[in-house]
Design a protein around this ligand. Structure first.
Ligand SMILES: Cc1cc2nc3c(=O)[nH]c(=O)nc-3n(C[C@H](O)[C@H](O)[C@H](O)COP(=O)(O)O)c2cc1C
Length: 170
């Protein structure tokens, strides 16, 4: 079994999860690469693809990558700024699955929170109160929590999940 772990990551959160998954899985051959460096897919049986959530789904680069997949066992993982255990969180993961599920077999999926970039928070801080992205106390507290993610526990959980599912999908 040959496994590719690949990711699209602007600020490193999704990359951290990808690296944890790569370390945690067992396969005859395993590779890890950012999506932009993946030229060849034919030789892989399994592709574990990670993205950062943009507008409630896979970011553009990841969406294009996921559309390329055909006939693979696919695992999907993602990081997002909002709470993962909400409709928005779950839909953000399902919207990635939606892209691949017709032409591939989805074997596992995982989503966790990821720190919001400080420059984005600084931009939000300057917005007028009636702007939907304006900072509120609730958001400030949420961003403070997000700073701790992906945590060691998030990464360990993702690694365990994909390791287990690979072992049952040989
Ligand atoms: C342009 C932009 C759009 C985003 N859209 C969402 C979103 O719709 N929902 C959400 O929960 N987080 C959103 N986020 C937060 C990121 O998904 C989150 O911080 C993620 O962990 C970043 O991952 P990365 O470090 O791998 O780039 C957005 C961030 C950016 C920069």
């Amino acid at each position: 079994m040959k496994v590719l772990v690949t990711y699209s990551s602007l600020t490193g959160n999704t990359q951290k999860v990808a690296e944890g998954i790569y370390e945690g899985i067992q396969a005859e051959v395993k590779d890890i690469k950012p999506m932009k460096e993946v030229t060849e897919l034919d030789s892989y049986d399994v592709v574990l693809a990670g993205y950062w959530v943009d507008k409630g789904g896979p970011n553009e680069e990841a969406k294009k990558f996921l559309e390329r997949l055909e006939g693979k066992k696919v695992g999907i993982f993602a990081t997002l700024g909002y709470w993962p255990d909400t409709e928005h969180g779950w839909n953000s993961l399902m919207n990635g699955e939606e892209v691949v599920k017709e032409k591939n077999q989805v074997i596992a999926k995982y989503i966790c929170q990821g720190k919001l970039n400080d420059s984005i928070i600084a931009r939000f801080e300057k917005l007028p109160a009636d702007n939907p992205h304006a900072i509120t106390e609730e958001k400030r507290r949420r961003y403070a929590v997000a700073k701790n993610h992906p945590s060691e526990a998030d990464i360990a959980h993702a690694a365990e999940l994909f390791c287990e599912r690979l072992s049952t999908n040989v």
